[in-house]
Ligand binder design. Structure first.
Ligand code: NAI
Length: 506
């Protein structure tokens, strides 16, 4: 598909940058009694985007897991243009499920009034997956070919075709504290770093430098796709500030989780850190450290199937004036993630991120909900080994209609969890790299300001988005519109208004 080139006095394409000027509009609201006074605010913003994606590598924490092996195989298979036989006929490698590779956005309309669409990478240059290097850590020493066989996600033909390359890939030794995950994970832990927490951070930093040097990389993204940990305690003196967290690591405090050690190592090496699981890795001290080092962090927990659908359905219901009163989600799965989540303390982390996703939508409509009122919202996860990576999600939504009527939806979803997650991991890396190349400044200012350390732009891809300030947005449509409109701003196009008055007026 074609790249777009914007013709406007407000956009300049130089060898290195795209320089764009856009009007940014907000509305300031003030409540007085029953009235909301709204003051529109408009200002010119200049957006500068470096055109060349950096040579980038991703280091996966949990490389040998279902998501890690699936992403790695997808990178290799797509790079090689792999084709293989299935009982339905020939299949070739693709990136179905990836926002950056397989979705389009509407750019405008042509002479006939027809919509014109482009891929995201056609608007601004994005990192190409074929150029992404991969490395990582795992507590299990299995090479990636053996790990893929154990994980039972990939078609056997794909495993065979990629085995020679996958066999060469061996996870680095991991920082691991079994007290943060289910006890049943200990049995695979034969590849664990010795030493204190400070020594482990040191070693993880050396690993990052080693990878960067070996592959001549300009940027490394560290992405946690390892097991869900329990929440760590957050308390003054332990991890509430950057200095306290660093001191706690030096003292080898047992309440500093392994995931926080990876995050600290990544931040100290200037890498973006993404938390693909629900636990509170990014404790306040970690966030302060990222701000201090000017690096980006993204959290928490990948948003793949059930939660994505929930953030669409509840948004639809509440914005349609229907009142969801009960949301019940059952899951069962039989992969190692499910095995780990069978312990109450790790399940609790997952339950928290899964349950918070409707809060902002409920709060958005005081006509439906009185202050403090919420739908009943229950989440159940069960481990059923037989179904392997093929996760089953069953949801029941009940809502109130007029005259006391009730509406109930029952949704059943079956799919390989890791085939949904791997494209998302790619999107996280591609968009995180893009975010390091963009700067904004009010027209006339000298300095371009980068995105805040806490990268809320990637909320679309995570269940419990972390935001630097303001309110969390869980609505999938608003999250996607945010990405689209930021990309549009990079090339001087205003936000997509969807008014299309050119077709609607008499
Ligand atoms: P998995 O259990 O197959 O893989 C996790 C890997 O992490 C394992 O190979 C394990 O040995 C390794 N590991 C555990 N602790 C480690 C540590 N401290 N350092 C390095 N490696 C470590 O799980 P899967 O299915 O790949 O999921 C990974 C994570 O992503 C889980 O936390 C899961 O909850 C989360 N997630 C997955 C989704 C999906 O659709 N697959 C959706 C949302 C979140």
């Amino acid at each position: 598909m074609a790249n777009i080139r914007v013709l406007s006095d407000d956009v300049h394409y130089t060898e290195e940058h795209i320089l764009a000027k856009v009007q940014y509009e907000t509305a300031h609201c003030k409540r007085t009694g029953d009235t909301i006074q709204v003051t529109p605010r408009r200002r010119w913003l200049e957006v500068r985007t470096a055109r060349r994606p950096q040579r980038t590598g991703v280091m996966l924490v949990g490389w040998g897991g279902n998501n890690g092996t699936t992403l790695t195989a997808a990178l290799l298979a797509n790079r090689a243009g792999l084709r293989w036989e299935t009982k339905e006929g020939e299949r070739r490698a693709d990136w179905l499920g990836s926002l950056t590779q397989c979705a389009t956005l509407r750019v405008g309309s042509d002479d006939d009034g027809k919509d014109v669409w482009a891929p995201m990478s056609g608007v601004v240059p994005l990192l190409h997956p074929d150029d992404l290097e991969v490395d990582g850590w795992d507590v299990s020493s299995l090479d990636l070919a053996a790990a893929a066989r154990r994980n039972r996600v990939l078609d056997v033909e794909v495993q065979r075709a990629l085995a020679p390359q996958l066999r060469e890939l061996r996870p680095r030794a991991a920082a691991f504290d079994c007290s943060f995950v289910a006890a049943n994970q200990q049995e695979r832990a034969d590849n664990v770093l010795p030493g204190t927490r400070a020594q482990q951070v040191q070693r993880l930093r050396e690993d990052i430098r080693d990878f960067k040097k070996a592959k001549s990389l300009e940027r490394v993204v560290v992405l946690w796709t390892a097991n869900t940990e329990r929440f760590a305690e957050v308390r003054p003196g332990l991890n509430d500030t950057a200095d306290n967290l660093l001191a706690s690591i030096e003292r080898n405090e047992t309440e500093v989780s392994s995931s926080t050690l990876y995050a600290v190592a990544a931040i100290l090496e200037g890498c973006t850190y993404i938390n693909g699981s629900p636990q509170n890795t990014l404790v306040p001290g970690c966030l302060e450290l990222a701000e201090r080092h000017g690096t980006h962090v993204v959290g928490d927990d990948l948003k793949t199937g059930q939660t994505k659908l929930k953030s669409v359905l509840v948004d639809f219901l509440v914005s349609a004036g229907i009142k969801p009163t009960s949301i019940v989600s059952y899951n069962h799965l039989g992969n190692n993630d499910g095995k780990n989540l069978s312990a109450p303390h790790t399940f609790r982390s997952k339950e928290i991120t899964k349950r918070n996703v409707v809060d902002d939508m409920v709060d958005s409509n005081p006509i439906l909900y009185a202050p403090g009122e919420h739908p009943d919202h229950v989440v159940v996860i069960k481990y059923v080994p037989y179904v392997g990576d093929s996760k089953r999600a069953m949801d029941e939504y009940t809502g109130e209609l007029m005259f006391g009527g009730r509406q109930t939806f029952v949704v059943h979803n079956t799919c390989e969890d890791s085939l949904l997650a791997a494209p998302l991991l790619l999107d996280l890396v591609v968009l995180a790299e893009f975010c390091t190349r963009v700067g904004f400044r009010p027209a006339g200012d000298d300095e371009y300001v980068p995105f805040h350390s806490v990268l809320a732009l990637l909320s679309y891809l995570v269940k419990a988005p972390m935001v630097p300030r303001g309110t969390v947005v869980n609505s999938l449509f608003r999250q996607r519109a945010c990405i689209e409109n930021v990309l549009r701003a990079c090339v001087g196009l205003g936000p997509e208004s969807n008014m299309q008055l050119e077709h609607k007026l008499a």
